[in-house]
Design a protein around this ligand. Structure first.
Ligand code: ADQ
Length: 732
């Protein structure tokens, strides 16, 4: 796996970053529009990349901006593309689907998640616009890098517009286990959205493995856990654990310069969080209360300081959490306070970073106990600031940071007694142990800092597009042996795009001798019956395959023949003969610029593969109009529009007809069914057979499918046929 391309490699070309918020916060004051650089560490890490390589940062400015205002360059060598959102979109996409659905669900707090289809629609639309804006900025870019859960569908649009663009994603929050993620009614859509990327980064291995599990079980994608690769249709995605670090040096040096934060009369236990229910603030306070109950010696000797930055206050759950914490602080203080001491101090605001660093430095214990957290940077900042007497980090085992910060004292934040015991241990720990633990923590965080993370991510994104080794018999055995065992197999195969690659003209799509041989070998077995199901006219597809012993369904199943099945023509077709001729004449008017009409008896196909891409949209629209005017149904296929009579018959019905004929009404007890197809018209069969068969969709990962699994290309279909022909016979 080398670097992409020679000469000006993509690792030098511009980068487009997309995140929900821009690296600038905008506000309107009496002095006009004000722009302030966002304080977050991530911004400071990513900006140098943009300054060095050039590019654009795409994001929501947070307030409404005019077009001229939105286009102010940041004064460096990169652009800011501010994407305005309307009030409805902010409600639906941001407060709604992002923060009321995805945020709790991804943190495995499922009962807090609500599922609202209208909010999801906003999410889809805003993501499409983010993707389009990123693609628009990325024509000469070497990488598009999308951030976080608000934009999990944005990769789809980038991929659609720039099929070859290196595309990467980083998720800042956890990826939950399959059993949680599948509660989401749109789980397939989001998984497919992420799989439009070449690289997906997670904080820790556990999230990456959860993701692999989800795409395998939900989408039927092929997953290689050792290589951390996912093959879905014709695309392979690399999945990596890339734990985020902090700007260690900056925190350390601020901690050295910050003035003393308090008179060291009492031991200080510090909590620092956004006010969020995932952070476990009430549980932490209960643990502190339990400590004071069980170990009265800490009374008047320990103070807990909780800092909470206001966050998402439009969402009711955050407002009620604030009330809950206020009450808890009041109750615990009321219970234990003395004339000279109050156990909990609580500040509901943001404080300057230097002051924060002083507090980190002067704290005896940092209590970092989220119920769930993607990483948690507070734990790392605390370690970086331990430049004086070393303190103790008490860390939730449910934070991503716990994966690497092994020398912390780990707690389960739900276990109030256990947390109180651990806090007692932390407050009583001797200096030697504190120093050993903190030295190890600091060494790691200094090495794996923010810059190391950016470099590791860019390196992973710069590696050549991944590819899994071709499918082997072993893969098919794993997928199909348990399904097929001891049953006859009814095998249904589409023709164009499934058995032969798609060609400019249908006449060129000839079956290779090897594939014909493999089909014949399947058909020669006592325990396999093969049917070919095609949109071509029956005689046409029969001629192309040339194995008359098979069963054939032509014209999307309107005509069935061959093999041992009585010839079938749908009875309603009699009413459409003349209309088909009239439609053919009308469509002839659209035979321009290389487009042409294929007459297949009762159905017609308008082919536009040879038409210039930017002329297609108008032609397709005209064709759909003409088809509808003649009382036919138009259906988009690969570079073609299929016109079919509206008689409620499709490939799904045709499959049922064949199954009932061959095996009787109880066919599902007699045989196992496999259907392989690549087209929209095969989706009818996939839907019809859902739960009754194993279905494979061949080709592009970009189209949604109801098939059980995907195969990358015609070669994979050939491998499947060879495997089926050679497997040990069933004893049915
Ligand atoms: P957050 O949920 O925001 O981030 P976290 O990683 O802890 O969580 O970052 C919080 C930041 O806010 C820290 O830098 C902290 O110093 C700062 N902060 C908190 N309270 C403050 C206060 N009162 N005053 C000033 N600053 C304060 C999401 C994920 C995390 C993941 C990060 C980065 O939820 O799991 O670590 O993204 O990927």
């Amino acid at each position: 796996m080398g670097q992409r391309g020679a000469g000006e490699s993509s690792s030098e070309r511009p980068v487009v970053i997309a995140s929900n918020r821009l690296p600038y916060t905008f506000s309107r004051t009496e002095r006009g529009l004000q722009r302030e650089r966002s304080p977050g560490g991530l911004v400071s890490a990513l900006e140098p990349v943009l300054r060095k390589r050039g590019g654009t940062w795409v994001g929501w400015p947070g307030i409404e901006l005019s077009e001229a205002e939105a286009n102010i360059p940041p004064g460096g060598s990169y652009r800011i593309c501010a994407l305005p959102l309307g009030a409805d979109e902010i409600d639906g996409y941001y407060h709604g689907f992002s923060n009321r659905t995805l945020w709790p669900l991804m943190h495995s707090l499922a009962p807090r998640a609500r599922f609202d289809a209208a909010e999801f629609e906003h999410y889809v639309e805003v993501n499409r616009r983010f993707g389009a804006a990123a693609a628009g900025e990325a024509t000469d870019a070497g990488l598009v890098w999308i951030h976080d859960y608000q934009l999990m569908l944005a990769p789809v649009e980038v991929r659609l517009q720039l099929p070859e663009m290196p595309l990467a994603f980083f998720l800042h929050i956890p990826f939950p286990p399959y059993d949680i993620f599948r509660l989401l009614p749109w789980d397939r859509e989001l998984l497919r959205g992420l799989l439009a990327c070449d690289l997906i980064g997670f904080h820790v291995q556990g999230y990456a493995l959860n993701f692999l599990d989800c795409v395998e079980r939900t989408l039927g994608a092929r997953v290689h856990r050792d290589e951390m690769l996912v093959e879905y249709g014709d695309r392979t995605t690399r999945v990596r654990a890339l734990p985020l670090g902090i700007d260690f040096e900056r925190y350390e040096s601020l901690a050295r310069s910050a003035p003393p934060s308090q008179a060291a009369r009492e031991q200080l236990v510090l909590g620092v969080d956004r006010l969020d229910y995932t952070k476990g603030i009430p549980e932490r306070m209960l643990a502190f209360e339990r400590l004071l109950e069980r170990y009265p010696e800490h009374r008047e000797r320990v103070v807990m300081l909780q800092l909470a930055v206001p966050s998402r206050s439009q969402v009711e759950e955050y407002r009620s959490l604030k009330r809950e914490i206020d009450e808890l602080v009041g109750r615990i203080n009321g219970r234990f306070a003395t004339a000279r001491w109050s156990p909990i101090r609580y500040l509901f605001r943001s404080i300057e970073t230097e002051r924060l660093c002083g507090l980190y430095r002067d704290s005896d214990v940092a209590l970092v106990t989220p119920l769930r957290d993607g990483m948690n940077l507070v734990a790392k900042e605390f370690a970086a600031c331990q430049v004086a007497e070393p303190g103790v980090l008490v860390l939730s085992r449910l934070a991503g940071a716990a994966d690497t910060m092994r020398e912390a004292l780990l707690v389960n934040p739900y276990d109030i007694d256990g947390s109180a015991e651990t806090l007692h241990r932390a407050l009583s720990m001797d200096e030697e142990e504190r120093r050993s633990r903190m030295t190890a923590l600091r060494r790691r965080e200094r090495r794996d800092d923010l810059n190391a993370w950016v470099s590791a991510f860019l390196e992973a994104a710069g590696v050549e597009r991944a590819a899994l080794a071709p499918l082997t018999g072993h893969d098919f055995s794993r997928w199909l042996d348990p399904f097929l065992k001891r049953y006859r197999l009814a095998l249904f195969l589409d023709y164009d795009g499934t058995l032969t690659p798609l060609c400019d003209h249908p006449a060129q799509a000839r079956l290779s001798p090897d594939v014909r041989k493999a089909i014949a070998a399947c058909a020669a077995r006592d325990d396999i019956d093969v049917s070919i199901v095609s949109g071509r006219a029956l005689s046409d597809v029969l001629g192309m395959v040339g194995l008359p012993e098979l069963t054939f369904a032509g014209n999307h199943g309107l005509e069935i023949g061959g093999g041992q099945i009585p010839h079938f023509v749908h009875e309603d077709l009699i009413h459409y003969r003349q209309r088909a001729e009239e439609l053919g004449r009308a469509l002839a008017r659209c035979e321009v610029d290389g487009a042409w009409v294929e007459h297949k008896g009762p159905t017609l196909t308008y082919h536009y593969r040879a038409v210039d891409e930017n002329r297609r949209a108008n032609l397709i629209k005209d064709v759909h109009g003409i088809v509808a005017l003649h009382g036919y149904q138009a259906r988009d296929a690969h570079c073609a529009v299929e016109a079919r009579p509206p008689i409620g018959w499709d490939k799904g019905r045709a499959v049922l007809h064949i199954l009932r004929h061959h095996y009787g009404p109880a066919w599902s007890e007699e045989v196992r069914v496999i259907y392989v197809g690549d087209d929209q018209t095969d989706e009818d069969a996939f839907r019809f057979l859902a739960g009754l068969a194993t279905t494979f969709r061949v080709g592009s990962a970009d189209t949604p499918t109801s098939a059980t699994r995907r195969l990358p290309d015609v070669n994979a279909v050939a491998a499947l046929l060879v495997w089926l022909a050679q497997r040990a016979p069933s004893d049915a």
